[in-house]
Design a protein around this ligand. Structure first.
Ligand SMILES: Cc1cc2nc3c(=O)[nH]c(=O)nc-3n(C[C@H](O)[C@H](O)[C@H](O)COP(=O)(O)OP(=O)(O)OC[C@H]3O[C@@H](n4cnc5c(N)ncnc54)[C@H](O)[C@@H]3O)c2cc1C
Length: 433
């Protein structure tokens, strides 16, 4: 298959890039197998929505924008089989037209299905696991070009090891997902006092199907999102969504961010204004995927770690105190989400109900200092970094201490890919080889 030469890859945030020797966009499984058999170094990228170096290579880079079809829909079994490159938004639309939906989603649906699965992408809801938990089975093509089917029950051990796979075990060539009848979400969004919310955190988390917080640093308020799953009729207007979400919030936010670059000390007041004026309280019912997904965010940087929910209150109080007392001037929301424990070896939620804390900032200025301080706190609370977001100060030893099955995963990697065809510097750092 012909490759594109001189291709320059950039990730979504444009903080990472590489110049692969060859860039391929296969359309069929035969083409994919041919590429795997004839190239010694391969990485795959879905839509490049990872913030770190996970996709980078100077070997062959593959993208599945042309390998993105729905292959089968079994309505009685509530299962859909897709090629790896399908974007979650394409799948949402396909399912919605047929009265179906994905059970849970993250904040956006721009990622590819295989990309989202491979890094342990998650949404929020303490009774809901990471997105990959919706998989029934997937096909993977190994380094020798042979196909491997991995089913969640019939190959339970292998499935649990290989589901969150960082793209270094083989290449996922199709995925079968369990879906649910379409549902709506009753979204009640309020602005509340940070300390009061943390005092009542356990009850708030338990009471909502999907609960999350956005804290704008240097302020005392927090935006509280409470979503309840319902079949009640939609009552949100398209006009409101266009005006508030596309026009006002997206543009006002971008304008505020620009103003905040003129003088970083203004950011405290800008954050206050954002919370008070532009994130208005909401009480609406809308289709699930429209509520799970947020309006298009501006380019920004993200680190997000997963912690045992037992330490949630201490962590959040400590984080707020340290950030407000620090020299950092943060101009983006800090996100707090919750997911249920699982058994997937490289899942950040492995065996523990999880609180996620995300440190985000919209410009690069000051980001490295914020990241360093965030990681100090995150390590102190024994956090596990999100595989698709930025982390710097942790290598194999720390990762092994918080991901107890890391070495077991590495043994599988050595078995399936003995010549490290699917590795790069990022993967080698994680496994120290
Ligand atoms: C604006 C924004 C919002 C986000 N929101 C969330 C969120 O709400 N929750 C969350 O958890 N994360 C979130 N993320 C992170 C994002 O979901 C992950 O980084 C995800 O992996 C990106 O998917 P992708 O298709 O872009 O994959 P890429 O970033 O391109 O690749 C990620 C990994 O998947 C592997 N991969 C891709 N395709 C295959 C394949 N066919 N076989 C094997 N491996 C493969 C790649 O090799 C790589 O290791 C967000 C990112 C952005 C930029």
């Amino acid at each position: 298959m012909k490759s594109t030469q001189n291709y320059r890859f950039f990730n979504w945030a444009r903080n990472e890039s590489c110049s692969p020797k060859n860039y391929f966009q296969p359309e069929t499984e035969e083409e994919l197998i041919e590429i795997i058999r004839s190239h010694p170094q391969i990485r795959v990228t879905g839509t490049g929505h990872s913030w770190n170096k996970i996709c980078l290579t100077d070997g062959a880079l593959l993208n599945f924008d042309n390998f993105n079809k729905v292959l089968d829909l079994e309505i009685p079994k509530l299962q859909v089989k897709v090629q790896p490159g399908i974007k979650l938004w394409q799948l949402n639309e396909f399912l919605d037209k047929r009265g179906l939906a994905l059970k849970n989603l993250g904040s956006i649906s721009d990622q590819s299905a295989a990309g989202a699965i491979s890094t342990g992408t998650h949404g929020t809801g303490i009774n809901y696991q990471i997105l990959g938990s919706q998989i029934e089975e997937f096909w993977m093509i190994k380094a020798d070009g042979e196909k491997l089917l991995i089913h969640k029950d019939q190959d339970k051990e292998l499935f649990e090891l290989a589901m969150v796979n960082l793209g270094c075990l083989g290449i996922i060539s199709s995925v079968t997902l369990n879906v649910v009848p379409a549902f709506n979400l009753h979204d009640v969004t309020t602005i509340r006092n940070f300390d009061e919310v943390i005092d009542n955190l356990d009850e708030l988390v338990a009471k909502s199907d999907h609960f999350k917080l956005w804290w704008f640093p240097h302020t005392e308020n927090v935006v509280v999102y409470q979503y309840r799953r319902t079949q009640e009729a939609i009552n949100d207007s398209r006009l409101r969504q266009w005006f508030m979400e596309e026009l006002v919030s997206v543009n006002a936010y971008r304008l505020m961010l620009k103003i905040g670059t003129l003088n970083r000390d203004w950011r405290r007041n800008i954050n206050k204004t954002l919370v008070q004026k532009f994130i208005t309280p909401l009480n609406r019912i809308e289709k699930s995927f429209k509520v799970f997904n947020v309006p298009e965010p501006p380019l920004h940087r993200e680190a997000e770690w997963a912690f045992d929910i037992c330490i949630a209150k201490d962590l959040l109080r400590d984080y707020k105190k340290r950030i407000n007392a620090s020299k950092h001037r943060i101009n983006f929301l800090q996100e707090i989400r919750f997911t249920k424990a699982d058994d997937f070896a490289l899942s950040p939620c492995y065996k523990r109900d999880t609180i996620w804390l995300g440190a985000y900032n919209a410009d690069n200025f000051g980001w490295e200092d914020l990241l360093a301080d965030f990681e100090l706190i995150a390590k102190q609370y024994k956090g596990r970094p999100h595989w698709g977001k930025e982390f710097r100060s942790v290598g194999h030893d720390y990762l092994q201490s918080v991901y107890p099955r890391l070495n077991e995963f590495n043994e599988l990697r050595q078995k399936l890919d003995p010549d490290k065809k699917f590795s790069n510097d990022f993967i080698n750092k994680v496994f120290e080889n």
